[in-house]
Design a protein around this ligand. Structure first.
Ligand code: ZN
Length: 215
């Protein structure tokens, strides 16, 4: 059994990924400063014209800080892998993993479902860990494309499977509440590695299992 500790938020990056390719990712950020967030939330509300003496608004800076802390802090977990003793060589797919994240352009939520699959090689992974990896990268200021890539790259690097596929479908509040105001519109992104990308049969199986419409 191999165990790799992932201790967010400062070690958000998947440890085995080549550091050169990940360094510029903004999730290499400082730990969240709770007091500073609360202070800034207070100032933001005042700038928005809110009267913080109003009943109901007094505690809002504190609540905002707590909400952001929760949305941006994944639970630490161990990415535990096991030898693939049975030689299982079909796709392992976990569908419909709910996730929520904050878009880095508007700091508004986007949320939806992740479908994650891998084709095992030497090692397999506890199924719940796929959802953990999604959460690790979702609880960040994110772009959906980048989130998709990070999940796939992490699994590819840690598990070294024969293939990885990730499909994310999400609604972005910055699109549905403002801007073009298309409520219910879903953005679909995907990242495919190895045989999930290159082998037509595996790719077709992955896309039919996940409902992905990628080409
Ligand atoms: Zn946005």
């Amino acid at each position: 059994m191999n165990t790799i500790s992932l201790a967010p938020p400062t070690d958000r990056e998947c440890p085995a990924i080549d550091s050169k390719s990940t360094k510029s990712w903004p999730s290499q950020r400082r730990p969240l400063d709770h007091a500073a967030v609360q202070h800034a939330a207070h100032d933001l509300l005042v700038a928005l014209g809110a009267d913080l003496e109003t009943q109901g608004l007094r505690e809002t800076p504190r609540r905002m800080a707590a909400a952001y802390a929760e949305l941006l802090t994944p639970e630490p977990f161990n990415l535990t892998t096991f030898p693939n003793d049975e030689g299982y060589d079909e796709l392992v797919v976990v569908r419909d993993i709910p996730f929520q994240s904050l878009c880095m352009h508007h700091v508004l939520p986007f949320y939806g479902l992740a479908h994650v699959a891998y084709l095992p090689a030497e090692r397999i992974l506890g199924l719940s860990k796929l959802a953990r990896v999604v959460e690790l990268f979702a609880r960040d200021l994110q772009l959906q494309e980048r989130l998709t890539t990070q999940i796939a790259a992490c699994l590819h690097a840690q598990l070294q499977p024969k293939g990885v596929g990730v499909v994310l479908e999400a609604e972005h509040l910055c699109m549905s509440l403002r801007g073009v105001q298309k409520a219910g519109a879903k953005t679909v992104t995907s990242a495919l590695h190895g045989l999930v990308r290159d082998d037509p049969r595996t790719r077709a199986e992955f896309l039919s299992l996940t409902g992905g419409s990628t080409k």
